[in-house]
Design a protein around this ligand. Structure first.
Ligand code: SAM
Length: 311
């Protein structure tokens, strides 16, 4: 391990999520040795530095001044300074500012040095009891509206474990939306207030998890990570499900396709039958091919109808 602090470098330093003991020896040495700490929340970072008797000056670096401060920090680094970037909590750049700065520093030919440590993402995964050989970190979904649901719908068949961050005032909404889109039977874990006094990690089916949080206002407070099991059906089962859009749904589709465009027919059939749009879309393409039509996917949709808009 290097003993001294490298000049003309940006250190990206992970800091505690809540428990101040969760910081590495190396992080403390770097924070004490750099010329400047660029901090998302200077008050919070000063508290951490004070706790460890570190007096390095702090400068505010947050999403509202990121572009301007990045130029300023880059100049300092090019002039020979060592700068540490820290976020409010956890690892910078993980749903936090800093990407522009890291890229500028790299492009200027200076070193960017990671100082690894806590992140709510890895802390939650490590204790959620969910598979984590492969996972997809989704961070925050869009705050509201159709975009929020659309993002989740695009993840419905994702086989990897899904990880979401969420704010307390939207946690119930997120759990309810997860139930609607992924189904109440999917397994999930809620990791709340990790490393803090009211840390809670609770694993259950999505439906029961949402009901548990709804019934207890205390479980709606604090910071949250939601870990959701990936789609477990095998590709054969998924193909079977595609074929399963037979019977009534197929008959409805066939009638609608006589009068409507493929896209309109799929939208209408989804509303009438409750079947999934991408499955109906695949079936509609098959029906058109069978009937001697082009069966060419609509320009706005991919082969599985993933581009289908909400009706
Ligand atoms: N960079 C941070 C990291 O490495 O985890 C994440 C920053 S992001 C702006 C803040 C979100 O992280 C919170 O809204 C919450 O979803 C999650 N988070 C942060 N601290 C947490 C904690 N102690 N327990 C649970 N989730 C936490």
């Amino acid at each position: 391990m290097e003993a001294s602090i490298e000049k003309r470098a940006l250190y990206v330093v992970a800091t505690p999520l809540g428990n101040l003991e969760d910081i590495t020896h190396r992080a403390l040495r770097v924070l004490a040795g750099v010329d400047l700490v660029a901090a998302e929340d200077t008050r919070r970072s000063r508290r951490l530095l004070r706790h460890y008797g570190i007096q390095t000056p702090c400068l505010a670096f947050h999403e509202h001044n990121e572009a301007r401060q990045a130029l300023r920090l880059l100049r300092r680094i090019q002039e020979g300074a060592a700068v540490a970037l820290v976020s409010d909590a956890g690892t910078p750049l993980i749903s936090d500012p800093g990407l522009g700065l890291v890229r500028r520093v790299q492009e200027a030919g200076c070193r960017v040095i990671p100082i690894p440590g806590p992140s709510a993402l890895t802390a939650a995964l490590s204790a959620a009891g969910m598979p984590c050989e492969r996972f997809a970190f989704e961070g925050f979904l869009p705050a509201k509206g159709a975009a929020r649901r659309r993002r989740l719908e695009a993840l419905r068949d994702e086989p990897r474990t899904l990880v979401f961050y969420e704010a307390p005032h939207r946690i119930l909404d997120l759990l309810e939306l997860l139930c609607e889109v992924l189904g109440e039977e999917r397994e999930a874990a809620l990791a709340r207030e990790l490393t803090k006094a009211f840390e809670t990690i609770h694993r259950d089916r999505l439906g029961r998890l949402a009901a548990w949080v709804a019934a207890d206002a205390r479980q709606q407070k604090g910071e949250f990570v939601v870990v959701v099991a990936g789609e477990r059906r095998t590709s054969e089962q998924q193909a079977g499900a595609l074929k399963g859009v037979g019977g009534e749904a197929e008959a409805v589709l066939a009638i609608l396709l006589e009068r409507l465009t493929l896209k309109e027919a799929v939208s209408m059939a989804a509303r009438l039958t409750g079947e999934r749009r991408n499955q109906l879309y695949a079936q509609a393409v098959r029906l058109q091919r069978k009937a001697g039509g082009s069966g060419t996917p609509d320009a706005e949709c991919d082969a599985e109808g993933k581009g289908m808009r909400e009706a």
